[in-house]
Ligand binder design. Structure first.
Ligand code: ATR
Length: 285
């Protein structure tokens, strides 16, 4: 890879950032395309995020991916906010225009939709009531993406009902909050079930949802990707359901980000899943 004085620079900002997959992916694509470009990690102190971002106004770098814990703050720094970022209440992409404008977008949503298209081909989001387990930032982003993608109903079920209600009130439309006592009935009619809680992270048990109650055609997704095959996804598989893993979503959100930074589509020649699995230390699926 050659980086000259004319290189286009982009990066990813989070705290901590050292385990981010994004630099590995974007720089593999840059190398495969032979671009004069670089993608670098940034880890500003938590209190310094806004100063950092506003200092980039004017195009010193082309853009930034934003990850935990800055996705909500990223919205507040932007002059223009996409509909999805606004509904999701979070941005994972900031683009710095030469005229000083900062644009915020959210590619996690398209990443989620694309991951379903890749791992559950033929699945029709437009006819499938969705059940989201959890009501943190990940759940809100998923609910926003599904609502904009045309899901007929998105039910958010969470241990703390008030958090689910807050998301439903904020997004509105097809998004509703339901108490955990309604979960079995929702599962029986669900087309799509998504774990957006942190349960299962690091190898523990996932949410206790009875996935065997879902219709046979239902698709089960886990936003947790460490481990890749979570206990939740293993239970879905055991019940005969198609599954979508969180790593695919993470990989797919990088594609529109790359296009926004460098103006070209990532090359298909790079096996991004293999790269990510090597980085995560998981055996290839
Ligand atoms: P993020 O923003 O990354 O989605 P978060 O805001 O910490 O993370 O949300 C974590 C989600 O996992 C929440 O929905 C949380 O439920 P509460 O809102 O009731 O706290 C859910 N969660 C975490 N541990 C849980 C547990 N032991 N049982 C049930 N839900 C749990």
């Amino acid at each position: 890879m050659s980086v000259t004085g004319a290189a286009i620079v982009a990066g990813v900002c989070g705290q901590p950032i050292r385990h981010s997959l994004s630099p590995v992916l974007h720089n593999a694509w840059i190398a495969a395309l032979g671009l004069d470009a670089a993608y670098v990690p940034f880890a500003p102190a938590e209190a310094a995020f806004e100063t950092f971002v506003l200092g980039l106004r004017g195009g010193a770098i082309r853009g930034l991916n934003v990850t935990i814990p800055f996705k909500e703050q990223a919205l507040a720094c932007a002059d223009q906010i996409s509909d999805l970022a606004r509904l999701a209440g979070a941005a994972n992409l900031l683009v710095f225009e030469a005229d000083g404008t900062i644009r915020a977008d959210n590619t996690d949503g398209p990443g989620l939709i694309e991951a379903i298209a890749v791992q559950a081909p033929g699945f029709d989001l437009g006819t499938a009531p969705a059940v989201i387990l959890g009501a943190g930032g990940a759940a809100r982003g998923a609910a926003a993406a599904l609502a904009l993608a045309g899901a007929p109903k998105v039910s958010i079920v969470n241990r703390t009902l008030s958090r689910a209600e807050a998301i439903a009130a904020s997004i509105g439309g097809v998004v509703e909050a339901q108490p955990e006592t309604e979960l079995d009935g929702l599962l029986a009619k669900a087309g799509l079930v998504i774990n957006a809680t942190s349960l299962g992270l690091g190898g523990g048990a996932g949410p206790a949802a009875r996935l065997e109650l879902t219709p046979e055609s239902a698709v089960v997704m886990d936003m947790v990707y460490k481990p890749l095959r979570t206990e939740f996804l293993r239970r879905a598989e055991a019940a005969g359901r198609r599954t979508v893993d969180g790593l695919e979503m993470l990989l797919r959100q990088a594609v529109p980000s790359f296009e926004a930074f460098f103006g070209v589509t990532p090359p298909a020649s790079v096996d991004m899943r293999a790269l990510a699995l090597a980085q995560l230390g998981e055996a290839a699926k």
